[in-house]
Design a binder for this molecule. Structure first.
Ligand SMILES: [Ca+2]
Length: 205
């Protein structure tokens, strides 16, 4: 009887060890998939405060930092600005936060504008998002905003075969009274021009 119990106990221990090893291997497989075969990629930039050229003080277009993230066929762009963006602009005001995105593929270059805008000159002044390949019709896409942080999600299938992505950010503000332009401002980030990164840099691993 004692031998039988001992044998059962041994089986139990072996069973538990097998389960632990299986969990361990599973965890490694998940981590490998997440970090090695499909790495989330991002690139960030910072921009000085108070460097936007304008009359008045529309801090909502003074870029302080930005971040690009590629998740398969989706480009996520987050733009942070100096002052909190209101839910609506006042009548006659227009603001735009734009990323110029160049996707370099094997033997081909594609250029896109991905942008958010608030337009109280012709619209309701709420935040909306668009993307378009240069020369093509714009399409709307998802945006999110939280205080002084704006995020846009652009579906760009060319990202799948991108060898390199180049981009820069610009934000602009206008205030109109009828046909008269009262205020105008613009900020570029980064000041040194296009940034570049390789979204599939781990392919060679
Ligand atoms: Ca700035």
């Amino acid at each position: 009887m004692r031998t039988s119990l001992s044998s059962k106990g041994q089986s139990k221990v072996i069973g538990i060890v097998i389960v632990i090893i299986a969990i361990f291997i599973g965890a490694i497989a998940i981590l490998y998939t997440f970090y090695i075969t499909e790495p989330p990629t991002l690139t960030e930039l910072e921009d000085p405060e108070g460097d936007a050229g304008f009359i008045g003080d529309p801090g909502i277009i003074d870029i302080t930092s930005a971040k690009m993230e590629v998740n398969e066929e989706e480009l996520k762009i987050t733009i942070n600005v100096r002052e909190s963006v209101p839910e609506h602009l006042n009548d006659g005001e227009y603001a735009q936060w734009l990323a110029m995105v160049i996707i370099l593929q094997e033997g081909e270059i594609r250029a896109y504008e991905v942008y958010m805008e608030m337009n109280s000159t012709t619209g309701q002044g709420e935040l909306v998002g668009y993307f378009r390949e240069l020369g093509e019709q714009e399409e709307s896409c998802t945006v999110e905003y939280d205080g002084n942080s704006l995020t846009i999600f652009a579906p760009l299938e060319e990202l799948q075969s991108a060898k390199e992505i180049q981009y820069y950010i610009e934000a602009a503000f206008e205030e109109w009274s009828g046909d008269e332009l009262l205020t105008y401002g613009i900020d570029y980030a980064p000041d040194e021009g296009f940034q570049s990164f390789q979204p599939q840099m781990n392919d060679e691993v």
